[in-house]
Design a binder for this molecule. Structure first.
Ligand SMILES: *[C@@H]1O[C@H](CO)[C@@H](O)[C@H](O)[C@H]1NC(C)=O
Ligand SMILES: *[C@@H]1O[C@H](CO)[C@@H](O)[C@H](O)[C@H]1NC(C)=O
Ligand SMILES: *[C@@H]1O[C@H](CO)[C@@H](O)[C@H](O)[C@H]1NC(C)=O
Ligand SMILES: *[C@@H]1O[C@H](CO)[C@@H](O)[C@H](O)[C@H]1NC(C)=O
Ligand SMILES: *[C@@H]1O[C@H](CO)[C@@H](O)[C@H](O)[C@H]1NC(C)=O
Ligand SMILES: *[C@@H]1O[C@H](CO)[C@@H](O)[C@H](O)[C@H]1NC(C)=O
Ligand SMILES: *[C@@H]1O[C@H](CO)[C@@H](O)[C@H](O)[C@H]1NC(C)=O
Ligand SMILES: *[C@@H]1O[C@H](CO)[C@@H](O)[C@H](O)[C@H]1NC(C)=O
Ligand SMILES: *[C@@H]1O[C@H](CO)[C@@H](O)[C@H](O)[C@H]1NC(C)=O
Length: 486
């Protein structure tokens, strides 16, 4: 029988040994630490030898004063504490206001990470030999459009678009009007999710703006949610334009006339820049049209009757043939006359080819064909503009219920709505890319262009200097959409 005091001492020693034995983290691993009622959480970690290591930490919730993270990359200090700071090889990983911090450098003797003041705060540790795992990227998600309760959103580009095929003489062929869609790259290695929250709720929440913070706050922030790759059947990779492949989400169940904020998270750790978007008012009745292989950039609300349930937005499978067939015929006829020129032989320009001309014409035609529905901007919006001193308004044109449609491919729409006019630049792009004999001309800003186009937003109005318009863009990241860029 051992004396009781010795047993206590032994137990205390065992407990101390358990608490101080570091948990080893391997290279390229992500460790999550969530408080539970009974288990003791490790507060010391060992990290293997690596020539170029990144150790990152992210808080997943704010619970009292945040923990501190101390790192040693010298075998002389195996349990770095506050008192060791200042010694060679001991560093503090300081957390920024968003709840992230990281250290990068050589771990030629391995390393130790200790957590002080751990409290109840959940956190993650990422150890990587290949760049910082927890990080804010400088890319933005992209808004397609909203209805009163839906939003079509895209991730930042995940893979480059395939190069435009350049045909050559004597077999100069152009893509068919009814494009078949390029198959998505199969080698993509990523996880991508989207976090959406009402802007006002997000503003009053104290969550860290980290990926795990977003995931764990969705129950607490009213109206917020996070979707992974498969939120709905419409989700998937889409090649909207030459920016590259993006993930597409069609989100429903939103509140009308509400400003939302969205972030995209890659690989469960990297957070994009935020974008804002505003849902339309409750009476808005145009459905979203998207995922059309022959018009890949169309991703917005169109004045056409909604698809039959269970579809909640139009795609190539639900649009009526009476809308699509004439569009494809116009595009085929255009291609035939384009090919009567000396495509691939006598170049009409050193910069552009018949293939560029067809692509620009396709984009313009789709933008004209699929009229865009919109609404007057919320009067509280204060757009950020390059030059103008007063708030700008979008290029809207009212369309009365049953009036002859602007598009040759759409029937009259039985409700009043506002059209968001195409940006003049979708037209001037065709003018620039196509040979003169095609006879394609755009209206002139000084005369009649404003009745059918948004003028002066992207390029300056009168002289058309590129990028010198009042906003320089068709839409911004705060939810303002100035003209329809298709
Ligand atoms: C620890 O990191 C510092 C700063 O990056 C570096 O100069 C030093 O060589 C590293 N020490 C070891 C033992 O790897
Ligand atoms: C370490 O990583 C940085 C940034 O990722 C890179 O620029 C550098 O070349 C790498 N060094 C080694 C030795 O791999
Ligand atoms: C974080 O991401 C930004 C944007 O992608 C990049 O410029 C920066 O170098 C990254 N930071 C680190 C520490 O890797
Ligand atoms: C012409 O090119 C197309 C596409 O590049 C190809 O499918 C077709 O077989 C070629 N035709 C001839 C006669 O070479
Ligand atoms: C995501 O993780 C995969 C596999 O670890 C890696 O190849 C890819 O570069 C990562 N992507 C990003 C955006 O970090
Ligand atoms: C992506 O998610 C799956 C399942 O959630 C996970 O097994 C995988 O490791 C993740 N990949 C990356 C690169 O994060
Ligand atoms: C376009 O092509 C697809 C697949 O090749 C076909 O199913 C569809 O009917 C075509 N659309 C039209 C309007 O011809
Ligand atoms: C396309 O060309 C054919 C043959 O020239 C013509 O009959 C048809 O009306 C044209 N279609 C359109 C929509 O212009
Ligand atoms: C949405 O909210 C953000 C942040 O408060 C604001 O900057 C933006 O202007 C708002 N957008 C609109 C269209 O009201």
């Amino acid at each position: 029988m051992l004396p009781l005091a010795l047993i206590c001492l032994l137990q205390a020693h065992l407990a101390y040994a358990q608490a101080s034995a570091p948990l080893s983290l391997s290279l390229n691993s992500l460790y999550s630490s969530y408080p539970t009622a009974h288990a003791r959480r490790p507060a010391l970690f060992s990290i293997p030898v690596a020539q170029n290591a990144s150790v990152s930490v992210a808080l997943c919730a704010s619970a009292g004063s945040p923990p501190r993270f101390l790192l040693s990359n010298t075998s002389a200090v195996t349990h770095p504490t506050d008192g060791d700071l200042g010694e060679e090889g001991v560093y503090e990983i300081v957390l920024g206001s968003e709840g992230y911090g990281w250290w990068t450098g050589p771990l030629s003797e391995g390393g130790f990470l200790s957590v002080e003041n751990m409290g109840q705060t959940p956190f993650e540790i990422g150890v990587s030999g290949d760049g910082v795992m927890h990080n804010v990227t400088d890319s933005f998600p992209l808004l397609g459009d909203t209805t009163n309760n839906q939003a079509l959103l895209f991730s930042p580009p995940l893979a480059p678009s395939p190069p435009l095929a350049v045909p050559s003489y004597p077999n100069y062929t152009l893509p068919p009007a009814n494009l078949s869609y390029p198959s998505a790259p199969s080698s993509l290695q990523f996880n991508v999710s989207i976090f959406v929250a009402p802007t006002s709720a997000l503003g009053s929440a104290s969550m860290p703006l980290t990926a795990c913070g977003m995931r764990s706050s969705t129950g607490d922030i009213k109206g917020s949610f996070m979707y992974d790759e498969t939120g709905s059947a419409s989700d998937g990779l889409w090649l909207k334009d030459e920016d590259g492949w993006r993930w597409q989400w069609l989100i429903s169940g939103l509140q009308p006339q509400t400003n939302y904020t969205a972030y995209v998270v890659q690989n469960s750790t990297k957070v994009s820049q935020p974008i804002n978007f505003v849902t339309k008012s409750a009476t808005f009745s145009c459905p979203i049209v998207h995922s059309l292989p022959y018009c890949p950039s169309i991703a917005y609300a169109v004045p056409i009757s909604p698809p039959l349930p269970p579809s909640i937005a139009h795609t190539a499978n639900t649009l009526p043939l009476s809308t699509v067939s004439p569009l494809l015929e116009v595009l085929s006829n255009f291609t035939i006359s384009l090919l009567t020129s000396a495509c691939g032989r006598d170049e009409y320009s050193p910069l552009v080819s018949c293939a560029d001309c067809q692509a620009a014409y396709r984009k313009w035609l789709c933008t004209i064909w699929f009229t865009r529905c919109s609404e007057g901007a919320d009067s509280t919006a204060t757009p950020t503009v390059n030059t103008a001193q007063q708030p700008l308004s979008s290029a809207l044109a009212p369309q009365a219920s049953g009036a002859p449609p602007r598009s040759p491919g759409l029937p009259p729409f039985p409700q009043n709505f506002d059209t968001l006019l195409p940006c003049l630049e979708t037209c001037t792009a065709v003018d620039r890319a196509c040979p003169n004999f095609i006879g394609f001309t755009c209206p002139i800003p000084r005369f009649n262009a404003r009745s059918s186009y948004g003028v002066g937003f992207i390029d300056s109005g009168d002289d058309g200097v590129q990028g010198q318009g009042s906003t320089g863009v068709a839409q911004d990241q705060w939810g303002n959409v100035w003209c329809n860029s298709g």
